[in-house]
Ligand binder design. Structure first.
Ligand SMILES: CC(C)(COP(=O)(O)OP(=O)(O)OC[C@H]1O[C@@H](n2cnc3c(N)ncnc32)[C@H](O)[C@@H]1OP(=O)(O)O)[C@@H](O)C(=O)NCCC(=O)NCCS
Length: 116
């Protein structure tokens, strides 16, 4: 399948950003077709909210977007880049594995309505 021409814009809301939004647009139609944002905590960069329009999936848009966001994080001095997803999100898991991300163990405890 042909790789679409895309533009990736970053949107920063203040001079020392903690959150940077990245929007992918299709150059032919200038239509938003993907996004994510980056959360900065100290020197740790967390990728969040990744999404690609269904019509444009499996054309490496997420891969290109993540690589671009990684470079951005590196350029502003971050030393670690973390990605996260729901344990049942097989699409995201196969994407991160394909890109060479290492799987870490997570712990969770539900916040029950009548418990602590
Ligand atoms: C997950 C998502 C962002 C992937 O976007 P994408 O642009 O289609 O991903 P890419 O084309 O860069 O895929 C790269 C690799 O990821 C894996 N992958 C992606 N989609 C897959 C699918 N539907 N089935 C199996 N593997 C898949 C493949 O290994 C793929 O490489 P290949 O096409 O050479 O086999 C997209 O499916 C999406 O927006 N899903 C809904 C929202 C979501 O789950 N976001 C992640 C939250 S963390």
């Amino acid at each position: 399948m042909v790789k679409p021409n895309i533009t990736i814009m970053d949107i920063i809301f203040n001079k020392k950003p903690k959150q940077i939004f990245f929007i992918v647009t299709n150059q032919d139609m200038f239509q938003p077709i993907g996004y994510c944002y980056l959360n900065i905590v100290g020197d740790q960069a967390y990728l969040r909210g990744l999404w690609v329009d269904e019509e444009f999936r499996r054309r490496k848009i997420a891969t290109r977007l993540i690589n671009r966001v990684r470079r951005y994080a590196k350029n502003i001095g971050c030393t670690n880049f973390l990605v996260d997803t729901h344990p049942k999100n097989e699409l995201a898991k196969s994407l991160f594995r394909k890109m060479g991300y290492m799987e870490l163990v997570k712990f969770q405890k539900e916040l029950a309505v009548n418990g602590d």
